[in-house]
Design a protein around this ligand. Sequence first.
Ligand code: FAD
Ligand code: SF4
Length: 336
Amino acid sequence: MDALPEFQVLHPTTVDEVVAARKEHPHSRMIGGGTDLLVNIRRGIEAPPVLIDTGDLQELKTVEATADSITVGASVRLTELAQHADVQAHYPVIAEAAESIAGPTHRNMGTVGGNICLDTRCIFYNQSEWWRTTNDDCLKTTGSMCHVAPKSDGVCFATFSGDLAPGFLLFDGEIDLIGPDGRRTVALQDFYTGYARQDGSTGDGKNYMAIQPGEMVLRVRGKNTPGLLTAYDKVRIRRSIEYPVAGCAVALKRDGDTLSDLRVAFTGTNPRPVRLDGTEALTGGPLTEETFTALDDLCKDQLMSMKTTFTPGHYRRRVATQMAKRLVQRLFDEGA
Ligand SMILES: Cc1cc2nc3c(=O)[nH]c(=O)nc-3n(C[C@H](O)[C@H](O)[C@H](O)COP(=O)(O)OP(=O)(O)OC[C@H]3O[C@@H](n4cnc5c(N)ncnc54)[C@H](O)[C@@H]3O)c2cc1C
Ligand code: SF4
């Protein structure tokens, strides 16, 4: 479908009004800047009858970033986050990630809530309705098989590509939600469920978030650790405007010649943003070739890029790993 279908847009000014509107319109969807949702609607991927705009919710438009913690409202636009002096000073990884999203006009419209809840992507999914139908659809829409992994046994491997989540994962991020049953806070690590390895994880590229029907994201938060140095890097096909081939966020601490803290997170590799498990074992000594070999092993084990983009899966994993190594070396040198 090339033309947009009919829908109604509501513009609540308080969170309570959103909750009431969602109760009244159970098939409604939240809309921030619409830079992803409207594309999906135009492609006939979804057709919500009612969109609830988060743009007039003043209470969700604040950014608080101190040396200790960061809290960002869901309605904050990406440009504001990228240019916020306190975020740049205390959380460069988050400012850099925001600055790397899409192009300037998307960042002027796109919101933090929309980026955190970004739909997963796949070359068999982000296509016109005509294209998808001609190719028998797939598990993420109305089809019965996955074209990326035909033997996937019901698992979708569509990739999470939002740039903000890895940075917040480094700071043990939490997400505040509100819905018909009230407010709740979830660790960002648990908010994303789509690991998709058939190892007992609860979600995949189709069911990749623990958000419940009628819920919305209010804020995303993180806690800092004194002395952490952080940075974000991303490889993309068109540097001016593009989803990540892979994105990498690193935080580390150097005490003298000792690597005393190391955190690494990725986007664009799995059906969820991945914070690497096991990086503590790489700390407590100097940064050596052995550290990088061990980091390589963690990436090989935990990054499972599939052929969901135009670049091969193994290439994306190698790019992601290489970015992580470069960022670790750079930040360690800066900490001298
Ligand atoms: C050409 C192009 C390039 C892009 N490149 C990138 C890129 O490099 N990196 C990247 O991360 N993204 C990229 N994007 C996607 C998008 O622009 C950004 O991710 C943006 O941050 C999405 O925010 P939004 O407010 O526009 O989301 P919307 O499109 O409004 O919403 C996205 C999803 O989030 C849900 N949602 C929105 N707000 C809330 C809320 N408060 N609570 C619950 N659910 C909510 C919506 O229902 C929808 O499912 C690109 C898009 C385009 C068109
Ligand atoms: S990974 Fe498979 S099921 Fe998921 S969107 Fe792609 S083709 Fe469809």
